[in-house]
Design a protein around this ligand. Sequence first.
Ligand code: AMP
Length: 435
Amino acid sequence: MINFSEMGFSETILENLKNEGYETPTAIQEQAIPVLLTGSDLLGVAQTGSGKTAAFSLPILQHLAKKSATEALGVPRVLILVPTRELASQILKSLEVYGKGLGIKSWAFFGGIKQAEQVRALKNGLDILVATPGRLLDLMEQGHIRLGKIEIFVLDEADRMLDMGFIDDINLIVEKLPEQKQTIFFSATMPDNVAGLSYDILNNPKRIDATPKSATVESISQRVIFCRRVDKFQLLKKILKEEDTELVIVFTKTKNMADKVREYLIHSRIPATVFHGDKDQQDREKALHNFKVGSFKVLIATDIAARGIDVQGVSHVINFELPLEAESYVHRIGRTGRAGKEGIAISFCDDSEKPILERILRLIKLKLPTETYTGTPEAPGKWLMDGPIRKVTPPTPGKSQEKSSYLDHSKRQRVVKEGEAKPKTHPGFKGKKKK
Ligand code: AMP
């Protein structure tokens, strides 16, 4: 194994890495750094948590440190394009840590916050721009950013960028970059559209794959629990109360469900916070901070919002609902087991989710251990309704013939509330009557 000190980094960078406690390069760093230091284009398949940020940031810093920083005043030389604000902030933080004392100036550009401060930073001169496509294009259109002197272009989490519909934006940005440059392309997965984009923008790249056996990190122990949809809430509570957990990220498919899970956990006296696109930047940062420092042990997140969250000490990722796309599973569970630490990923799977589970298993090329959970009668029904949470009066046990299904109860309530014909069937009615 090769060491950081044998890779040709400056003393300042080596000192910074030492201060961060990085002793040896991760697999992706060991492969990518020597290639990038030669100036070659790179196509890297690596998931989050593999250390890919340092894999591209360190050679960039080394490259910029070789030249006088004043040369760059007002002229950005490196562009790092990312899908989300959180990832942009995360990368900016890493650049600051790894590049401390080098005099290299970096800034992050993303929407959701006022432009003025970003424009001021540009006026003062920057070497590295870390940006999401939307805000970058806005600033370019207004003439605040010119990309004609970019020497290194990084496209990070390319698969996620395409999932989020950024393809046209990426093309517009790439058009404005100089022909002569180094391009670094990272993606956790390589479906056809991502491979196509990489082909278009890379020039004779070296390809490295840090995921030879499986798309998921080996240090994550994964398992699946089959259960009814209605029982997921109590199953979550049981795991949070009984398993030895540190910080836990719970994933849902929708913001609405994220809010419901939070309500349920708070109701069960488990401190939890949500992290999704409805929150503004400040709220999201606050939620993340409170989670990082342990004020809330559970963070409930949706896929898009969760990209780029890099929090140490996440012992568990729980997929309350499986994602619609198999690739998102890999991104989600990459929030635990980071930098070689052990992590646990638990996926709840109800009957309707079995086809997506099959797709996930095919993607990760692993057989996962499974369990089945049979719930106890509780009152989770109201959490499962489609709309916002409404107060539901639980049926009186023993009085009705409604057995214990609170889900049925809430469904009936909704049917009546929405003004549909009152079911003429007996109280065990479970849906609309066939005509
Ligand atoms: P990334 O995949 O870039 O999001 O990095 C995941 C985590 O690994 C971050 O918390 C980094 O600080 C950490 N990390 C990256 N490289 C190393 C290394 N060589 N040694 C120890 N930790 C690292």
